[in-house]
Ligand binder design. Structure first.
Ligand SMILES: [Zn+2]
Length: 158
């Protein structure tokens, strides 16, 4: 499967038609047909097909795309659907709270912003070989080495 579906959406004690499943998981009927081809068994002899919620759960738990484990220094790009080292091996750490923050980089494939949630305490471990810049550093650079933001000058000419 190319996506992850939350198996818990299917109630174990309920039965679903194809249309109901499609609505439940916000997919097309074709997807439900593909699930059936891939081994999701309808209940015996039911026409139109009925799928037992418990079977649907089991099927999804088995067939869901596994979560990709990120290696140190990797960030997952949602657009490219893969983990990779951000461009130039550089990431910016943007704190969200005292204990948590985002490592933000640029996808080396598509140039989009990519980020990874990390705890402060794990930052160095998760960042691996990445060069880390801290948000607010004057020296924050964009991918081509140009300053990303120019700080507004405090001096106002009058
Ligand atoms: Zn990308």
């Amino acid at each position: 499967m190319t996506r992850r579906y939350d198996p818990r959406r299917a109630r174990s004690h309920l039965n679903y038609t194809r249309a109901e499943l499609a609505r439940l998981f916000s997919v097309g009927l074709a997807t439900i047909c593909a699930w059936k081809r891939n081994g999701l068994q309808p209940m015996d002899g039911s026409r139109p097909y009925l799928f037992a919620g418990a079977d649907v759960r089991q099927f999804l738990e088995k067939h869901n795309k596994p979560r990709q484990r990120l290696e140190p220094g990797q960030i997952y790009c949602v657009a490219c659907k893969q983990a990779m080292e951000p461009l130039n091996g550089v990431a910016t750490y943007a704190p969200l709270s005292d204990t948590l923050g985002n490592l933000i980089g640029t996808c080396a494939n598509c140039g989009r912003r990519v980020w990874r949630r990390v705890r402060n305490s794990e930052l160095l471990e998760k960042a691996g070989k990445l060069k880390i810049q801290y948000e607010g550093d004057a020296a924050t650079l964009s991918s081509d080495g140009e300053p990303l933001h120019t700080e507004p000058s405090d001096e106002v000419s009058s």
